[in-house]
Ligand binder design. Structure first.
Ligand code: NAD
Length: 374
């Protein structure tokens, strides 16, 4: 088998789907040849020579895309599709919510596996790219906020007087939000956090943050808030209004606001209205992690810092790509673990277990057709 690792071509995409560590493991059986497109690791601080030393050959885009198994971070661009080989296995963040993109992958005849659809079961945790990358995004959001904020994060007692700790509010406490709490805590901030799912309260408190409660007023609200498969569902408008009122009040005393609220396959819920931003203190910083899904904050703009009455709203997309070396290291391990369902690294044997629930959940196209979502 040939395993190909193309260079990512999307603007701002710094990651790569394999590292020397994972290539060494893929090459261990001696049965597979691995080709990495020249320069694929450059933004992740991996020179071609390190891929070669691990057992890969450096090749052209045609070589990498033309392999039997193609490992990607993002789905291929339209002009890259003709390079794919019919029947090949394509693994990556294929954006399965974009029906046109999936249709275009199907048209190439590849078997496409979208890692966004990995089930959130214990066995899939080591493959869970959404978690590994959200963890990085949560960390980076706090680092960006601290770098943008014009004051200290920790409380300091100096000869020149006392400096107050920054007050941080985190909305949406999934993987990214939990890491944001942990990182802000290490920097000495005073933290509050909130989420729609009630199960998150204990996690927030165990990290030393205060839980901001938005009460449910009936069983229907409580049921919806529990979500499905670990993910949130859209809340009724009455609950959203109550949440907006509570958060509006909290925001008046907040120095840093980090929003991470997402609902799979839907626009991000709008949690912060322009009038709430208007009541925030001058110098406050907002980092909107949901900006690529439309944003949690009114006025946030993709890849921009917008100033509103002295409040800065940071809307950088793809935050994981701003920590490329570790993002690639973790992503590549996730991909290796996913591939291990089909490829035995020691013996080199390759057989896709079609009935495996992880394989079934992630397969988006095969034999020229889109696989319907069950
Ligand atoms: P996500 O990125 O889809 O969403 C981020 C957070 O936004 C979630 O906590 C969600 O509840 C919250 N949210 C959505 N709408 C909101 C609103 N209106 N107001 C406030 N918050 C809102 O979520 P995620 O980070 O992918 O993780 C979701 C859950 O899945 C987490 O509890 C995580 O621990 C769990 N998880 C489980 C496994 C596993 O068991 N294998 C793996 C990964 C994650």
């Amino acid at each position: 088998m040939n395993i190909g690792i193309p260079r990512e071509s999307r603007a701002g995409e710094t990651r790569v789907a394999a590292t020397p560590e994972t290539i060494k493991k893929l090459a261990a059986s001696g049965k597979h040849s691995i080709v990495v497109e020249a320069g694929a690791g450059v933004h992740s601080s991996i020179p071609d020579a390190e891929f070669q030393a691990a057992g890969a050959r450096i090749g052209s885009p045609e070589d990498a895309f033309g392999a039997d198994i193609v490992l990607k971070v993002r789905g291929p661009a339209a002009e890259e599709l003709p390079r794919l080989k019919r029947g090949a296995m394509l693994i990556g963040l294929l954006n399965p919510f974009d029906a046109a993109a999936v249709q275009s992958y199907a048209g190439t005849g590849v078997s496409g596996y979208a890692l966004e659809w990995l089930p959130r079961i214990t066995r899939a945790q080591s493959m869970d790219v959404l978690s590994s990358q959200a963890n990085i995004a949560g960390y980076k959001a706090v680092i960006i906020a601290a770098g943008t904020y014009g004051r200290f994060m920790p409380m300091l007692m100096t000869a020149a007087g006392t400096v107050k700790a920054a007050r941080v509010l985190i909305l949406g406490v999934g993987v990214a939000g939990l890491q944001a709490i942990a990182t802000a805590k290490r920097l000495g901030a005073v933290i509050e956090a909130s989420d729609v799912r009630p199960s998150v309260k204990d996690q927030v408190e165990s990290l030393g943050a205060k839980w901001v409660d938005v009460p449910y007023e009936n069983d229907e609200e409580r049921k919806i808030a529990e979500g499905v498969g670990g993910y949130a569902r859209p809340m009724p408008p009455e609950w959203m209004t109550r949440q907006a009122d509570i958060i509006h009040e909290r925001c008046k005393s907040v120095d840093i606001l980090i929003t991470t609220a997402l609902i799979p396959g839907r626009p991000a819920p709008k949690l912060i209205k322009a009038e709430t931003v208007a009541t925030m203190k001058p110098g406050a910083v907002i980092v909107d992690l949901a900006v690529e899904q439309g944003g949690n904050v009114e006025g946030s703009e993709l890849d921009k810092i917008v100033a509103r009455n002295g409040v800065r709203i940071v809307g950088f997309g793809n935050l994981a790509a701003r920590l490329p070396a570790d993002a690639s290291a973790l992503y590549a391990r996730n991909v290796l673990n996913f591939l291990a369902l089909s490829l035995n690294a020691k013996t080199g044997e390759f057989a896709v277990p079609k009935d495996d629930e992880i394989i079934k959940a992630t397969l988006v196209c095969e034999n020229g057709a889109v696989v319907p979502r069950s």
